[in-house]
Design a protein around this ligand. Structure first.
Ligand code: NAD
Ligand code: ZN
Length: 364
């Protein structure tokens, strides 16, 4: 399976399938990276022991000089300190303007390696080799970043890869919670723009959870294609790209209040999407949106309730710090039906408080 992200001269392909890691060398040649320029693979301590040797071998087999930099697994590695270490490796290895950085891992590796690629010598080649389901989202769209201690993703760039190589075989070693978390972003793509796909996810939830190759390949292709279409229409988030934030205003607040890692990203936005559906009901949309959203998320083993210990005040406070929040009114992506959303700019704070309280109440 193969999709193209249409961005004029910067268009690039996403290949999805089994056994693709072995072909990475050929893909690099095809993408125009010369053998004389060293390649840098960035990976993490969970992914590298499993898949790095295969990727290195495939590239060396093609005749490339390869250096690898393995970062500790986890969000903490998306930092300026780790960024600087990777840049040091790149300089020491003699990467030049024709070199590429390859991100072998999940969203953390992709965001960090992408920012290295965007900034090293003002920008060199970048190849995404996602190994999580969530990375179907982060590897498409060109947002790359590291975190600042005061704010997530605060230092970054828009930087498109030359190629995304998505080998489904790597997903077999993902822990179950990571699988569900990634599927939250998959079903989100259906909820915002593709009604049939959202219901397809509901019907095929158990196949997706058990990583059935056929179902997963289809779901990731559809998910990537929807994201790719949104990004092609609106690369720099002036309009439609904001739809992708469905569930994220509440989700980010949950991550910030609970501490990163208590809920995984997809789990937090699942609760956020349940909240958006409640808000939709409050704003007069049909109740079936809420019921079906809950059914979809639950089928994917995702949480849809806020644990009692989360304080509404603290969550509201965290949302005030969200960069999508302006001038006393809150902006939310609200479902109009399953498969269609709109941007609502004047949501009352009191309505949001009620939603949060309800998300807790229905949990007990
Ligand atoms: P991650 O990269 O931390 O991966 C999750 C965990 O799974 C890590 O411990 C990792 O080591 C492990 N892992 C990865 N692949 C594995 C495999 N195949 N087998 C076993 N273990 C594996 O996190 P993620 O969920 O992939 O991504 C989250 C990050 O993505 C966040 O930093 C978020 O900000 C970012 N993100 C970016 C965008 C974007 O548009 N750039 C979009 C969404 C999320
Ligand atoms: Zn997200």
């Amino acid at each position: 399976r193969s999709i193209t992200v249409e961005l004029g001269e910067r268009s690039y392909p996403i290949h999805i399938g089994s056994g693709l890691l072995r072909d990475i060398g050929r893909h690099c040649v095809k993408a125009g990276f010369p053998l004389r320029s060293p390649l840098l693979i960035v990976s993490d301590s969970e992914v590298a022991p499993r898949y790095l040797p295969m990727v290195e071998a495939a590239l060396r087999g093609e005749g490339y000089v390869v250096v690898s930099h393995v970062i500790p697994a986890g969000e903490a590695s998306k930092s300026l300190a780790v960024y600087e270490e990777v840049i040091t490796t790149a300089i020491q290895a003699g990467l030049d303007r024709s070199s590429a950085v390859l991100a072998l891992g999940g969203g953390v590796v992709g965001d960090l390696a992408g920012f290295v690629a965007a900034s090293y010598m003002r920008g060199i080649g970048f190849i995404q080799i996602p190994t999580t389901i969530l990375a179907h989202d982060s590897s498409v769209g060109g947002k790359v970043a590291v975190n600042h201690p005061l704010a997530k993703n605060m230092i970054g760039a828009f930087y498109q890869p030359s190629l995304v190589l998505y080998d489904l075989d790597t997903l077999s070693t993902l822990p179950p919670r990571q699988i569900s978390s990634g599927l939250a972003e998959v079903v989100k793509h259906g909820l915002i723009l593709d009604r049939d796909f959202a219901y397809w996810c509901l019907e095929h939830a158990s196949e997706l959870l058990s990583l059935n190759t056929e179902a997963l390949g289809y779901a990731l292709e559809r998910g990537c294609a929807i994201k790719a279409r949104v990004v092609s229409n609106d690369e720099r988030e002036h309009g439609q790209r904001a739809f992708l934030n469905l569930g994220h205003t509440i989700g980010h607040a949950i991550e910030a209040v609970g501490g990163y890692g208590v809920f995984l990203h997809g789990e937090a936005i699942a609760i956020g999407m349940a909240g958006s559906a409640l808000l939709a009901a409050k704003l007069g949309r049909e109740r079936v949106i809420y019921e079906d959203t809950i059914a979809m998320l639950s089928a994917l083993s995702l949480p849809v309730r806020l644990p009692a210990e989360y304080s509404v005040d603290e969550l509201m406070e965290a949302m005030m710090h969200d960069k999508k929040f302006k001038e006393g009114k809150m902006t939310f992506i609200v479902p109009d039906s399953i498969g269609a959303v709109s941007i609502v700019n004047d949501v009352q704070q009191s309505a949001v408080r009620e939603v949060l309280a309800q998300l807790k109440k229905e949990g007990s």
